[in-house]
Every structure is written in C-alpha cells, then in structure tokens.
Design a protein. Structure first.
Length: 464
C-alpha cells in the first residue's frame, strides 16, 4: 500500500491511497465467507458454496463491494498512521479507481488537529475582585439560616406577603380543565416566586376558604407555553415565625454554643466561598488571555458538529424538561435567534480552542494523571450529576469515556501550570496567591467544557 498526504488547510488534509489488488485478498476471502453464511444454493451445504458459484449466482460485484467495505477502514488507518496524523472525526472517502484484478485507489479528506505554538504566557497579568466579607454579608447569611429554621402557625386572618398558604390549584385552557393541571394541598410561601406567575396577587388578601382566579402562562406539562386560567382555593393561612437570633439559636442550628462563635464561623465560610470565586475568576481570565495570545485554527466540520450537538441537546433534552420551546426560551433570555446562534458559536469556538491549547500544554509539559487524581475528579463529576460514584463510574466505563475524564483532569493541570506562572492581583492591588484556592488538580470549568466540546458521552454523563 502507498499513501500520500496533501494539506488542504491548517486543519484538513486529503489522503491519497493506492492498494495493490493482492492486498485485498484477506477481505475477499472474508466476503465470500460472510456471503456463504447468508445465502442458500440448492445442491450445496450452507457455508460450503464455491466462490465461482457465488460469483455466478449473486455477481462478483457484490463480493467486491463487501470486500472493499471491509478493507477501507484498515487501509485508511494504516495511511493515517503512516502520515502520523492526529485526525478528528470521520473521513469523507471517495473511491477514485477500482477494477476487478487492478489496484484500489481512494482518497480520504479528514480534519486534523492543527499544529499550535504555545505563546510566552509569563507576561499575562489579570485583576480580580478582592475578597471582602462585610458585616452585612454575615447578617444576610444568618438570616438565611434563620429562615431555614422558621416555624409556621395557622392564623385567622387574610394572607399577606411572607405567609405560607395551603392551596388547591386547577388550570384550564380554552375552558377545559387539564388532566395534569390539578394539584391538591400545595404549600406555598407568598413572594417566593416558586409557583405560577400571578399567584401572589391572587392569594394576598384571601382568608382560609377563599378562592380566586388568575391567568398565567404554564411552564411545564401538556400545555406548556399556553395561557391558562387558574382557580386557586386557599384552605389554610400560616404565619412564619423566625427563631430569635441568640445563643439558643446557635446551638439549634450549628455545633457552636454562642451566637458570636456562629457569626465567626459564618464569616470564615463566606471568605472561603469568595476565595473560591476569586480563584475561578482568575482562571477564567488567564485562560481568556492565553487564547487571545494564541493562533488556533478551528476545523470547520468540528465546529459545525459541536454547534449542532449543543442545539440538539437544548431542543431535545433541556426544552422538554423546562417546558419550553424556541419562542418562549428566546423571550425569557431576551434574545433573538440570531443573537443566540452568535453566542453559541462563540462558546463553541472558545471550547475548541481551549481544548487544543491545553492538550498541547499537556504534551509540552509532559503532564500525566494518576489514579488518585482521576478518582477525585470522578467523585466530583458524580456529585454534580446526582448519581452515586458507582453509578457514574459504571456509565463512564460502559460508554468508553475514561479517556475523556483523563483528558479533563490533564487539561485542568495544564491550566494550573499557566496560572502559577502569571501575575494575579486583586482590585486592592494585592498579589493573589491561588495555590490554596485551586482544586487539587487545578481543574477549571473551562477545561471541563473544552473536554466535552469534541468527545461524545454516554447519556448519563451528558445529563451530568
């Protein structure tokens, strides 16, 4: 077999392959054997039909077609290896010349990873928000904790903002009550915004036994997106009572004995959260600066496939779960379809560039991933997916996605190398030390997204 590589552009090549006819013999033999097991010819036992009879009865062309289909992937792979190509996706194959007994000639056009030169990133400087926790931040945190321990008491008065009401709901569209539009005994905190638009105005002022109707757009169910007339019956009105903010509350809500100890712990927790947010922001800005410094060609087909995949997932997975369609989604986001498509393309481009750059850094820095790092990453991914670590691991293994996770961890480590080499200051002019704030493997959201940009995942992982 002979092969040649023609560079069409920085991200696509054309392979020209010539295969002597004798090298097709193993595939021809396999084709005759396969056809032998599929057909029946009177006078011959199944599997024992001579080749000449198969040619006479079914045509030599059918055998040759089967042989070529079997042989092409093998010869294509040999040509890729011979050319030392790092291919992306499936090739577009065209058989240019073939006659029975003569050599097979075909071409294969395929996207490849572009050659990338990592720029000198040591001069990158980014500024992030300073970590500042105010007394008001602590007060807000404690109020949220108090809210979790609130109790309710039935009251004989009209419902008001902040009260809890027990309601029955009945939704109708065009005068017909929806089968899935009836709910009984629903507990709702007025002002929380966790039910239908318009319910707050409808129930405020009602006492137990009161009713009202209002119009609201349904967010889910069989009539999602439709305007429905909703009847609401209030069966109970309950006032929420917050516990006093004192030492007794500290003992109830935490392991601390005093309110001051609880306040101090809340402050430390908020500082850790803001330090994590600061580290994440620094990583994002460093990555953006690295991309800005780099020349990264984008394979057109890879970009097209990525955009189509993201759009398909939105339409067929996220929309049904949220009860949305394109019109309601775009209205909620305040965008036109053109604006959405432009943002999606920009996100896809960034994801692909990120993966290419960080993969090149992994090779340049000779970074590797050990079992402990992979396990820690798997545990984090499982936690965000809502699956147990065992379930998530099984889905990954069955889907052949272990290399994908290894790539995510490696890219995270590569980004950490860059972050450690640049200057990060906060808005107060202080140098930020991110060593203690990064994840142990330096992983970032961008690294994970870049990994997903070109890897196909099993359904459970995709949902994660």
């Amino acid at each position: 077999m002979k092969s040649a590589v023609e560079t069409l552009n920085p991200t696509r090549v054309r392979l020209t392959v010539e295969v002597p006819f004798e090298e097709l013999k193993p595939s021809l033999d396999a084709a005759y054997k396969k056809i032998n097991q599929q057909v029946t010819v009177p006078g011959f036992r199944k599997g024992k039909i001579p080749a000449r009879v198969i040619d006479q009865r079914f045509g030599r062309g059918a055998v040759l077609e089967e042989a070529i289909n079997d042989a092409l992937p093998k010869f294509y792979t040999e040509a890729v290896n011979e050319g030392e190509l790092n291919v992306l996706g499936q090739p577009d194959v065209d058989i240019t010349e073939f006659n029975d007994g003569d050599e097979l000639k075909f071409t294969a056009e395929v996207d490849i990873r572009p050659a990338i030169e990592i720029p000198d990133y040591s001069g990158i400087e980014v500024v992030v928000d300073a970590v500042e926790v105010t007394d008001e931040d602590v007060d807000t945190s404690l109020e949220q904790l108090r809210d979790r321990f609130a109790s309710t008491t039935t009251v004989e008065r009209a419902a008001a903002e902040g009260d809890v009401v027990i309601v029955d709901l009945e939704a109708s569209v065009d005068g017909e009550v929806l089968e899935d539009g009836v709910a009984k005994g629903v507990s709702y905190t007025i002002g929380s915004g966790q039910l239908l638009d318009g319910i707050d105005e409808a129930v405020i002022g009602l006492e137990a036994g009161g009713s009202a109707t209002f119009t609201s757009e349904l967010k889910g169910g069989s009539a999602a997106g439709s305007a429905a007339e909703v009847k609401v019956d209030v069966s109970d009105v309950q006032a929420r009572e917050l516990p006093a903010l004192d030492d007794d509350f500290a003992q109830l809500a935490s392991e601390f004995d005093t309110l001051e100890e609880l306040r101090a712990d809340s402050r430390k927790r908020l500082e850790r959260m803001k330090q994590y947010d600061q580290a994440t922001a620094a990583q994002e800005k460093v990555l953006d600066a690295l991309i800005e410094l780099s020349e990264v060609p984008i394979p057109e087909k890879l970009l097209k496939d990525e955009i189509e995949t993201r759009t398909h997932n939105l339409e067929h997975h996220q929309f049904p779960q949220m009860g949305l369609d394109w019109d309601t989604y775009l209205e909620r986001e305040g965008k036109t379809r053109e604006e959405y498509d432009a943002e999606l393309e920009a996100q896809a481009v960034k994801g692909i560039k990120t993966q290419f750059l960080l993969d090149e850094l992994v090779n340049k820095e000779k970074l590797s991933v050990n079992q402990e790092e992979l396990t820690e990453h798997l545990m984090r991914r499982a936690a965000t997916s809502g699956m147990s670590p065992d379930q998530f691991a099984q889905a990954v293994v069955e889907g052949g996605q272990v290399p994908m996770l290894v790539g995510e961890v490696a890219r995270g480590k590569a980004l950490a190398v860059v972050v450690e080499s640049v200057k990060v200051t906060d808005t107060n002019g202080e140098v930020v030390d991110l060593e203690d704030e990064e994840d142990e493997d330096g992983e970032t959201v961008e690294a994970a997204e870049a990994a997903e940009a070109a890897d196909e995942k099993p359904e459970p992982v995709e949902q994660a």
